[in-house]
Design a protein around this ligand. Sequence first.
Ligand SMILES: Cc1ncc(COP(=O)(O)O)c(C=O)c1O
Length: 339
Amino acid sequence: MDVKKLIAGYDRIPLTNLPTPLEHARNLSTLLGGPNIYFKRDDCTALAFGGNKTRKLEFVMADAVKKGANVMITIGGLQSNWARQMSSAARKLGMEVILVLEGRKPENFQGNLLLDHIMGCELRFQEIPQEEEDREIQGECPITGRIAEELRKAGKVPYAAPLGAATPLGNLGYINAAVELQEQTEQMGIKMDYIVVTTGTGGTQAGVELGVRLLNLPARVVGLSISRHTREKAEEIAELSNKTLAFLGVKGFDFTPEEISVNYDYMGKAYGVPTEKGIEAIRTVARTEGVILCPVYTGKAMAGLIDLVGKGLFKKGENVIFLHTGGGTANFAYSQIFQ
Ligand SMILES: Cc1ncc(COP(=O)(O)O)c(C=O)c1O
């Protein structure tokens, strides 16, 4: 199947330079003494310091523009990378932004929240009940939909974007990332044994899983979850992947939860609460590779990767690609953990 052609059939607004680099993390690989570790540098995408949401936003924003939107609305945590990147995309396209952020207004703005503020987003601080957050991720948008309704009455054209863009449209972005990985590993002459993904909503992992299957890549995908789950993430990811297959009109196979690997061992106490091993992993990667991970997502996942090298899952001579999904901007809001 010509996957590139399939994706090219969907509206997309270029918001960053692609492909992102695939780099051999030589010093880290030597230090760990196991597999060859590579970083897929999606932290180097554009949109107010980039991250994994940029690829998804290329498709989501194209949909918003097609619908004539002039105000983008979404929800997230105070340090939401998604909210920051979506705001940047909206500003670039001349739109207003309303962000509903979980919790009370802090005295000092830092990290992603500071960037949202600098971009002039309208910030609404409130409690977001878990059930409503889940429905926002599913695209039912109970909170942002209500705001959109008010805006419509005021003559605006709002677009409520589901948290994290864990949708078939958003997934197209990570199918594209898999296409890039195929081309880059072919050029480098290496086999992809594993792709390690930091999993939150599961949208990014679903996109990568789809890419691997559609392209028939040899890689196994390992998702390392950093957030709570009410339902098994493997079930959610299989479901979302199947929805995307239907959206693409691809028939002939589907995903079952048993085929999807999600490990919860490195999340720690809760989403957004740093772990000792995660902080250590951030330091290790910063000091060996000069690459910045984050305490909420990629630091915890890297702690997992390092541990799994020790446990022998990733073996000497194998090639492990760590998808660097970004998040470095959150470090500024967590500065005390490094002092
Ligand atoms: C830095 C970073 N890594 C990983 C993720 C997880 O991505 P997903 O929600 O698609 O699973 C996010 C989501 O916000 C993120 O900001």
